[in-house]
Design a protein around this ligand. Structure first.
Ligand code: NAD
Ligand code: GLY
Length: 352
């Protein structure tokens, strides 16, 4: 087992290993002064892992309630959020009690927002079961829900009390969900130079989960500790995301987040080469790694279509936006540009 401690406005451990779900009662005991737990999960994950967690928690003497919703991004909305709050109220959870979120980023984002707001904040344990949630969504305290016309438009920064990343859960992931998580791992390998790029190039990510997930969480931890509220350095974690978010939105969210970020990373790197910020060799190395993980897709939208989505991205402020530009493998920087300038970057990135 590996442990990464995050020392943000709240200090908590991220444990990476196996067998956590069967022993979840032991893991949460030090955090609990109450007796009640609400297990939140989706209808794919609950039968696989939620039931085991409920058993373990009940055997440990906790009063366990469950909230299970339909899987998928469409559920990350105000209706599901409201239903979850009602369920918490119905089960009479108090601030001494805990939400245990078991699932992918949709479950962790929704649970995070509910835990931050129900009774002005109750405890939260994250049990990520997708690779993407393990390396990104479950750590760092961002949570949220979507509005009908905008993703992640409502949310807070609120750190969990504990993250239990049980690698065994990742073995049931569909291939596409595995690939989505790989895209975020490739992103980390491009922003910090700690040999991660070579490690995932030379050996398949799933054959070295514990090491790779620990490295990614450590990288994210460092950015979160330096800039918990995302006003500076943390924005580096958005490499590939400006164009990526626009691709996701243009596809009507049919292209999943990780795959869209991969398209965004390839596009911004192509534009960076043309603008003289990095070498063609860097671009080729990134493209080869993306191809290795089946993530090298065409940017099939027009620059105008993509710009419409960039304009409403919440990373914009007063006509300016920050884009993350690669310098070399493992090294990026943040550049502030006028929104209009973004169109040029998108065109150079290969938009139709
Ligand atoms: P997801 O939660 O929708 O999970 C993807 C699919 O995999 C779902 O159908 C789910 O039921 C299924 N699944 C989950 N675990 C499984 C398992 N172990 N075995 C089999 N099936 C499993 O999607 P995601 O990619 O995990 O997360 C995407 C969400 O995360 C987005 O809403 C995004 O905005 C959010 N996110 C948040 C942050 C953050 O910092 N808060 C960071 C990145 C992404
Ligand atoms: N997923 C990017 C962040 O947490 O800042």
């Amino acid at each position: 087992m590996q442990v990464v401690t995050v020392n943000a406005s709240k200090k908590y451990d991220v444990k990476i290993g196996t067998g956590f779900i069967e022993k979840i009662g032991d893991h949460i005991a030090p955090l609990m002064s109450g007796k009640k737990v609400m297990v939140v999960s989706d209808d794919n994950v609950f039968p696989l892992y939620g039931e085991k967690a409920v058993k373990s928690l009940s055997e440990a003497g906790y009063v366990v309630s469950t909230f299970v919703f339909k899987n998928g991004e469409e559920s990350k909305n105000i209706t599901t959020y409201n239903d979850l709050l009602e369920a918490l109220f119905e089960a009479q959870l108090t601030r001494k009690d805990l939400i245990v979120a078991i699932g992918g980023g949709v479950v962790t984002d929704l649970s995070g927002f509910a835990s931050a707001t129900f009774q002005r904040g109750i405890g939260l344990v994250m049990v990520p079961t997708t690779l993407l949630a393990a390396v990104d969504a479950s750590v760092g305290g961002k949570n949220g829900i979507n509005l009908s016309r905008g993703k992640n438009q409502v949310g807070t920064f609120c750190q969990p009390s504990l993250v239990l990343c049980d690698i065994e859960t990742l073995w049931t992931l569909p291939r596409e969900e595995y690939i989505n998580g790989c895209a975020e791992i490739i992103k980390y390998s491009m922003i910090v130079n700690e040999g991660l790029f070579e490690l995932i190039r030379d050996k398949e990510i799933r054959d070295q989960y514990e090491d790779i997930i620990t490295r990614c969480i450590t990288i994210k931890r460092d950015f979160v500790e330096a800039d918990e509220f995302d006003i500076g350095k943390r924005m580096m974690l958005n490499f590939g995301h400006t164009i990526g978010h626009a691709v996701e939105a243009c596809s009507g969210y049919k292209i999943p987040h990780g795959r869209a970020v991969a398209i965004g990373m390839a596009a911004i790197t192509k534009a960076a080469v043309i603008n003289g910020y990095c070498t063609e060799d860097t671009r080729m190395q990134l493209d080869e790694l993306l191809e290795q993980y089946d993530l090298l897709d065409e940017l099939k939208y027009t620059a105008e279509e993509l710009m419409e989505c960039v304009k409403v991205d919440k990373k914009n402020s007063s006509g300016m936006l920050r884009i993350v530009i690669p310098k070399a493998i493992g090294s990026c920087w943040i550049k502030e540009i006028y929104k209009e300038e973004c169109l040029k970057w998108i065109v150079l990135g290969g938009a139709r």
